[in-house]
Design a protein around this ligand. Structure first.
Ligand SMILES: *Cc1c(COP(=O)(O)O)cnc(C)c1O
Length: 358
């Protein structure tokens, strides 16, 4: 089966080789407190730092998922008030999580294929944290983060959290302005699921320290202060997903060898090809009409008469596609365009899709 799914996605092509090496070297049975693990930790950390251009002062923490990152951020950095940009399922999840853990989240919401009117947005005075989903996996809308940097500059005391789960490593982030950036690895990095990455700037650590000093709740074992303390020893609080941390280091090295500039260029060229392929064809419609907010990494296509038949037929031929999300499930397909996507295979896939929809 070939996986053209958006997450979990197709594994990066070097993964089977690296898993074999991990088993042959006995990595999976090493103690997570030993020297070998510290080397694995350091390699993943430095590989990520290089490919995402993360400054030395920002810390990188290994956690379980992007969803967990949302909870850690809200617990460790917010006494009460977060402010959420909501334009799809994942941004809404972040907002709802705030309610679930008894914070007082506020939101601004737009329909699933629209942009925000940034000039008219008033971020509340007492806002402690701005939450922004740069690439909405549920809709294929990618927002220009510079608009939020502007708003953040007007509220310098507020922290900024950015979800880049389905645009990493394509998305370029200014880590001096984005205090908390997170993703899980089963989408853009093409790794098995079960590992989340949280990148934390000094202002966020300071805020957590403030909460702790003033006797506010900062969360359980994965609070930012304990993550930082263990991270300085190149260790994790718990027994972590050693295999995935190992694979992340290896895949980062592979991607760094290809070069991030080249990877970004390939993603852009492929996105252009895919969007124009469907633009011209009868039976298809690009869901996101405004070109400036069309995601380069998650491409959503409406299928005339519904997508169910197409998805079933493709499955019979050995190609697995993602349907639309939630209310769009039966109308759409969503295509991944990640570093693990092969251009030749993608072109073949598009031809097959076209043949199945007439
Ligand atoms: C998939 C996804 C998540 C959730 O990731 P988990 O690994 O399931 O926690 C969060 N945000 C975005 C944008 C996603 O695409």
């Amino acid at each position: 089966m070939k996986y053209f799914t958006v997450g979990p996605s197709n594994l990066y092509h070097t993964i089977p080789k690296h898993i074999n090496t991990a088993i042959n070297k006995g990595i999976l049975s090493h103690s997570h407190r030993g020297r070998k693990f510290k080397e694995i930790y350091s390699k993943a950390e430095s590989g990520l730092r290089k490919i995402l251009a993360i400054p030395a002062e920002n810390k990188i923490f290994f956690i379980s998922s992007a969803t967990e990152a949302m909870e850690i951020i809200l617990r460790s950095c917010v006494v009460k008030k977060s402010f959420h940009f909501v334009n799809g399922v994942f941004s809404e999840k972040f907002f709802l999580l705030g309610k679930e853990i008894k914070k007082e989240p506020a939101k601004i919401e737009v329909s699933w294929r629209s942009d925000f009117d940034y000039n008219s947005i008033k971020i509340p005075k007492d806002c402690e944290l701005i939450c922004f989903t740069q690439n909405e996996t549920s809709t294929g809308v990618a927002l220009n983060i510079k608009n939020v940097y502007k708003l953040k500059r007007q509220k310098p005391h507020a922290l900024l959290a950015v979800d880049i789960t389905s645009s990493v490593p394509y998305a370029k982030i200014n880590y001096k302005l984005a205090d908390l950036v997170f993703f899980s690895v089963q989408k853009g990095f093409g790794l098995p699921a079960g590992l989340g990455i949280l990148i934390v700037g000094p202002r966020a650590i300071k805020k957590c320290q403030y909460l702790a000093d003033n006797n506010f709740d900062i969360g359980g074992f994965h609070n930012l202060l304990d993550l930082k303390k263990k991270g300085e020893e190149k260790q994790t609080v718990e027994t972590p997903n050693v295999l995935n941390i190992y694979l992340l280091g290896k895949v980062c090295a592979d991607l760094n060898t290809r070069g991030i500039k080249k990877i970004r260029k390939e993603i852009e060229e492929r996105a252009k090809y895919i969007y124009s392929f469907f633009e011209k064809r009868k039976g298809f419609k690009n869901f996101v009409q405004k070109k400036s907010i069309r995601s380069k990494t998650i491409i959503t296509i409406n299928i005339e008469g519904g997508s169910e038949n197409l998805i079933n037929e493709m499955k019979k031929s050995g190609y697995l596609l993602s349907p639309g999300y939630g209310q769009l499930k039966k109308e759409q397909i969503r295509l991944p365009n990640f570093p693990s996507t092969d251009t030749r295979e993608m072109k073949q896939l598009l031809k097959m899709i076209a043949r199945n929809v007439i």
